[in-house]
Design a protein. Sequence first.
Length: 288
Amino acid sequence: MARGYHHRGMFKPPSLQTDSTVDGRRSRRWVLEARDCAELTVWRMARVGIDEARAPYRRVRLQPAGSFFLAVLSGKGRVLLEGRWQEVGPGMMCLAPPRALNALVASPGTPWVFAWVRYEEPSWVSPLVGATSPLRVGSGAGEFGAVLRGLRREWEGEADPAQMHHWVSLLHGLALRVARPWRGGTRIGQLWDVVANDLARNWKLGSLAARCNVSAEHLRRLCRREFGRTPMEHVTYMRVRRAQSLLETTEQKLDQIAVSVGYRSTDVFTRAFVRCVGLPPSRYRGRR
C-alpha cells in the first residue's frame, strides 16, 4: 500500500485497488489518440494530451502499458510514483515506467494544467523510462508543453501529416532527453553502470559514495537533484526494474530473483516490489 501524503488533513488518497478515472464537471481535457493520428504510432505513443484538472479529477493506473511523462505547466497536483505521494508544481516533470502503479490527483482550488504523453510498450520493447531514468526533474516542462500545444494547433488546423510528423518527432526527442540516464562519461554515471551490473552486492550509501570519490552527503544532493530520489532509493528502483524484467522473461523462482537483485529475504524483496509496482511479484508474473 502506498504511503499517503496528508496536508492539514485535506488530502485523502484514492483507492489503489482498481484502475479509476474521474474528471469532474469543471476539468477540461484535450486528448489525441494514436487510432486517430498515425504519426503517434511511429514512436509507440498511445495518446498525448493537455489537461486542465480540477478536483475531484483523479487517475489510477495499476498496470499501464507504457512509459508516462507529465509536465506541469501551472497549478499544483499530487502524483503517486514508486509508492509515494508527492506534490508537483510548475516547471516540474514526472516520469513513470510501464507496468508499475501510478496515480494523479488534482488539488482543490487553482486548476492544475499539465501536458502528458503515454507510450505503448510491450514487455519485449525497451521502455523509454528505464532502470536509470529519473523520477522527476525540475526542468523541461515548458518546452514539453510548448511542443504539445504546437501539435494541438496543427491537429486542430491544417493537420498536415508532414507537420504532424515534425511535432511528434520533436516531442519524442524531448521525452528521450528527460528520460536519459545520468550524463555519460562522469564518475556518477559510471557509478550507476557499475551498480546495474552488480545489483546483488550489498550496496550502502558509503560504498556508493566511495566508488565515485565523493562524500555521502554530496552524492545524496546530486541524486535528489538529478533523479528525485536518494542514492539508496535509486538502487531499490534499479533492483525492482530488473526484477520486473526477470518476472516477465524467465521462469526463475521468486527467491532466486530476489537474491539476484540484492535481497537475501523474499519478504523484504516483496515489500520493495509492492511499494514500487503496486502489487506482489507473484501477481505481477501472473498478469503476463
